[in-house]
Design a protein around this ligand. Structure first.
Ligand code: SF4
Ligand code: SF4
Length: 208
């Protein structure tokens, strides 16, 4: 508490000074150029091209160099990835991947599945826009029983095949919504609805 007139007036002066100091910063924005960016239609570049190169967005699988080793599936701590393999009916020495689902709605983009991949088949991209009305539609299916892909045999290759340009495949998936195609889903189907209770007037009279 101020005890003298001098302290009292000094307190008023400090209050007015700090008030104008704060307000001057706010007022200075009235004469600056706005920096708000209208997203997504008025950016100078696609937003993905402005993200850092190591940004961890949607996962992408290059089927042409996937060995079907399932290391990525085992590495995922929250079971986002589900892979199934079968023998090729035309060639018993060849295995095919009949299911390769990644639940992007559940994924926490930690990158643990990318680390053990021996060929760099599974990678994060800088794609992040995939809003869906139903979360189950964010299960991206990189294979299905109707279109299985043969596993890549590293030991018989002279060298690793080059990977397709990162982002190309997942952009095609996003554009075509290819994971909406019919086939088994990674998530279990919805349980059937319980039968409606009969109305009071519909009750079947008990037999005598
Ligand atoms: S980024 Fe992490 S959470 Fe997502 S699929 Fe890979 S390991 Fe699982
Ligand atoms: S994406 Fe990589 S780690 Fe996963 S199954 Fe294919 S080769 Fe193995």
């Amino acid at each position: 508490m101020p005890t003298t007139v001098r302290e009292y007036t000094g307190s008023i002066r400090d209050t007015v000074k700090s008030f104008w100091h704060g307000l001057s910063i706010t007022l200075s924005y009235l004469v600056r150029r706005p920096i708000t960016v209208q997203y997504p239609d008025r950016t100078t570049l696609p937003v993905r091209d402005m993200l850092p190169p190591r940004y961890r967005g949607f996962l992408e699988v290059d089927a042409s160099i996937c060995t079907g080793c399932q290391a990525c599936e085992r590495a995922c701590p929250i079971s986002c990835i589900q892979i199934s393999l079968e023998k090729d009916p035309q060639n018993p020495k060849q295995r095919v991947v009949t299911q390769f689902d990644i639940d992007e709605a559940k994924c926490m983009f930690c990158g643990l599945c990318v680390e053990p991949c021996p060929t760099g088949s599974i990678q994060h991209t800088r794609e992040f826009e995939g809003s869906q009305a139903d979360l189950r539609n964010l299960v991206i299916r990189w294979s299905d029983p109707l279109h299985p892909f043969p596993v890549y045999k590293v030991d018989k290759a002279a060298e690793y095949l080059p990977r397709v340009e990162l982002g190309t495949l997942v952009r095609a998936k996003l554009a075509a919504r290819a994971w909406d195609a019919p086939g088994p889903r990674f998530l279990p189907p919805e349980p059937p609805a319980a039968p409606a209770a009969p109305a009071a007037g519909d009750a079947t009279p008990a037999k005598p």
